[in-house]
Design a protein around this ligand. Structure first.
Ligand SMILES: *Cc1c(COP(=O)(O)O)cnc(C)c1O
Length: 410
């Protein structure tokens, strides 16, 4: 069979280029000490930033949700799958973003991937009904794959041009915006860049959106629950306010469960609901999950949530001051995402192996997730880690650097 032979050859090429990925199967809940293949590991790799994935209140709420609403939703939201649990969750999400987005409304999605596809394709379609009009999507160069795929899909469906911009060089973006005659302009960015850990210049991007009549879509997958006094995310942290903001938060990271939402001005959200194919043609998430997420939102905004954000802040500060390499580079990130740039895939894999030998689980991130030649370790912290654990990781990494540099020099 041609397809089979081709797949074998392609897989062999991935293996040869050190790009083959593999699954590791965990036998325990998501904690800093999961059991994998019979071993208890020290994990610094999840996006469970507040340590809620295994929180007893959320386990109780999930059980309670199943008792109230059963196991499944039975259909897509617009057929019969929309439950009171989804509606309550959407109201709570909209009210969290209300100080930052006037007339806010939120729409709940099964995943962030689908929310991103939906927001971009639906909004890009605002202009596709008249032959003369057009849309430009300005998409950040380091945006998450799901935003990139949303842009690709929108470009395939509608009369849409794409401009890729570097968020470090906004003058270039402004130059392009100022000469753009497209009827509709969308600027699309991550809030916190998922592989570098830095924040997008959302204040400056919003000023450009205001000046050139654009919408600004912010994917805050790594900011929701973590950034801002109450954990509302990057709009709260930066104290922004505009009806041009389309905010996307995911609920499988700091919120500890699963799902995502788009929040925006209510007419725009109604339009997305009418047009977003991933929303219209997917079975609604089980209502029990929405029920548990409501509890998760309460935890995020509670004193406990605040305490966990403080603990995370201590861990990040310890890392930023104490993690000093002789040669390797850590990035100047103020978030829970702390990459170490290693360059070659081979080095990244060697470091991961040394870490594994020392009982750590920190995966190497390779292309195409990051640009070629910038393979890295992606260390992530959770409020469930202790300062002592971070210190131990730092000294282990320093020893590994010495070993790897010495073996490269031979
Ligand atoms: C994880 C992630 C997503 C996807 O969210 P899921 O709910 O996991 O599908 C989208 N954008 C960014 C930046 C992410 O990190």
């Amino acid at each position: 069979m041609h397809a089979l032979k081709k797949a074998q050859a392609r897989l062999a090429a991935l293996e040869q280029n050190l790009l083959k990925r593999s699954l590791r199967t965990s036998a325990s809940p998501c904690t800093p000490h999961p059991t994998v293949d019979g071993l208890t590991l020290k994990a610094f790799c999840s996006n469970d930033y507040l340590g809620f994935a295994n929180h007893p209140d959320l386990i109780t709420a999930l059980t309670e949700g199943a008792k109230l609403y059963g196991a499944g939703s039975g259909a897509s939201h617009l057929i019969s799958g929309h439950s009171i649990a989804h509606a309550k969750l959407e109201e709570a999400l909209a009210s969290l973003q209300a100080p930052f987005i006037p007339h806010s409304r939120a729409l709940f999605f099964c995943t962030g991937y689908l929310a991103n596809l939906s927001a971009i394709t639906a909004l890009a379609s605002l202009e596709n009904e008249s032959a003369s009009s057009s849309t430009t999507i300005y998409s950040g160069k380091l945006n998450h794959a799901s935003l990139i795929d949303g842009v690709r899909l929108a470009t395939a469906q509608t009369k849409t041009n794409t401009v890729i911009f570097d968020h470090h060089v906004l003058l270039d973006l402004e130059r392009k915006l100022s000469s753009d005659t497209a009827a509709l302009k969308l600027i699309v960015t991550d809030g916190v860049f998922s592989m570098d850990g830095d924040l997008a210049p959302v204040t400056e991007l919003l000023a450009l959106a205001e000046r050139y009549d654009a919408l600004l879509i912010v994917d805050d997958a790594h900011g929701f629950g973590v950034l801002g006094e109450n954990g509302c995310g990057i709009l709260e942290a930066l104290q922004l306010h505009s009806e041009r903001l389309i905010y996307i938060g995911t609920l499988g990271k700091a919120a500890g469960i699963s799902g995502a939402f788009i929040c925006g001005e209510s007419t725009l959200i109604e339009y997305i609901l009418q047009k977003a194919r991933p929303y219209i043609y997917s079975t609604a998430t089980p209502p029990a999950i929405a029920h548990a997420l409501l509890r998760s939102l309460q935890l995020i905004t509670s004193a406990e949530g605040k305490q966990r954000r403080q603990q995370l802040g201590h861990l990040i500060a310890t890392w930023q001051t104490d993690m000093v390499f002789s040669c390797w580079q850590k990035m100047p990130s103020s978030t829970a995402i702390q990459p170490i740039i290693l360059g070659e895939n081979k080095t990244a894999l060697a470091v991961t192996q040394h870490l594994a030998d020392a009982g750590y689980w920190i995966p190497a991130i390779r292309p195409p997730t990051v640009p070629a030649g910038s393979a890295r370790l992606r260390v992530t912290f959770s409020a469930s880690h202790t300062i002592a654990e971070v210190r131990e990781l730092i000294s282990t990494l320093q020893q590994i650097e010495v070993t790897v540099l010495a073996s490269n020099a031979q």
